[in-house]
Write a protein that binds this ligand. Sequence first.
Ligand SMILES: [Zn+2]
Length: 475
Amino acid sequence: MQNSERIWDLVDEHRAEFAALSDRVWGMPEIAYTEYASVAEHAAMLREQGFRVTENVAGIPTAVMGEAGEGGPIIAILGEYDALPGLSQEAGIAEPKPLPGNGHGHGCGHNLLGSAAMLAATAIKDWLAQSGKPGRVRYYGCPAEEGGAAKSFMAREGAFDGVDAAITWHPSAFTEVARALSLANTRMDFRFTGRASHAAAAPHLGRSALDAVELMNVGVNYLREHVPSDSRIHYAMLDSGGIAPNVVQAKSAVRYAIRSRDLKGMLDLNERVKQVALGAAMMTGTTVDISIMSAVSNLLPNRPLEEAMQRNLEHLGPIPFDAEDKAFAAKIQATLSDEDIDNAYRAVGIPRQETPICDFIVPLDVRGEPMIGSTDVGDVSWVMPTVQAHAATIAIGTPGHSWQVTAQGKTAAAHKGMTHAAKMMAGTAIDLLSDGQLLAAAKADHQARLGKTSYVCPIPPDVNPPLQPRPKEAA
Ligand SMILES: [Zn+2]
């Protein structure tokens, strides 16, 4: 862990600027592919810090990349800044109270995620400049993590080509090296077309697209019994065909999310769901148009990188939360059920403790019962060795994607968590830049996990990211 203390001083030197960046992004919540103001903040900060900036990465106007250093290996630090709809919330209070505005909110803490990632990249840049070592650091500002799979599109377009390893983090209730568990996930739309008719006078002439959607959903609900138990299938109605019950609905559409433990399992399951849709179309005399909207791969672990990050974390120690941090976390916990809190500990695999916020470190190899979601970091992990940190920024038990996350997005505790995350990431990057053997071991581990399967992006080549227009006032 040579020089890692120096790298942490470099993080501390910049922490105030990046906490302020995080707070500004918190105050301009923008959802998938609309992050024009947030990416402008990130691009401006990259320039201010002296990075070489590339905008419009992979043809996505809300993606940005900054590079610094010369020669040597390239280490990528990945950031995000997208918000979620419906999670608007005043900061620093422990009761639900949406702010006036568009209803969006940083209910997954990506304001912190992006700022800490760029803070780490900035410290690594300074370390490279001061040490004179060859090596490059890149900060990738990645939009639309929530349902937009931007990193998968970026990977498909070669935005990460040439990078030797990637490091990222996510705000969390616990401070730990993240276990690389996530489900591969496809979002697929099914649009049924039938024939309209008077539902009373000529029902025999109608072919109901709404019936087809309902039968498809019933069919998939029966399918659930016969899929691997870690698969997840959920759906939302996009179009129920209109509001008139006396018209046979000629059009109807449903969006599915289909998740599986790995890429191959997901591709198999996608085909089975498609068969159910075709069956529903056949039963109802309708036709169905099937299109993939986005997809992400499962995460591949990387043992050498996880061990290197854990060494950094143990050297750093726990996050120094104080009495005030704990008092607010306790107020947030008072809005949760006992089960929420138990469940959080069970997921991580450690016994319940007294503290309302994680003032300890989770060991590397504890075995919990994680409830697994999906992330577009998965695709990056198929392209190169990848590791993720978790740093505590929220009270233990806080549910993901909740008003409580938004409420805790600007606290002193959140700023401590983001600084700690930056130190975990920067320390690991410095280890990689100083120790060729560690990088070689990470690459060998990655190669072994890939085996004979080379990465194929699960998003078909003709599917484009659902880019959103620049709002007029930001033009
Ligand atoms: Zn998130």
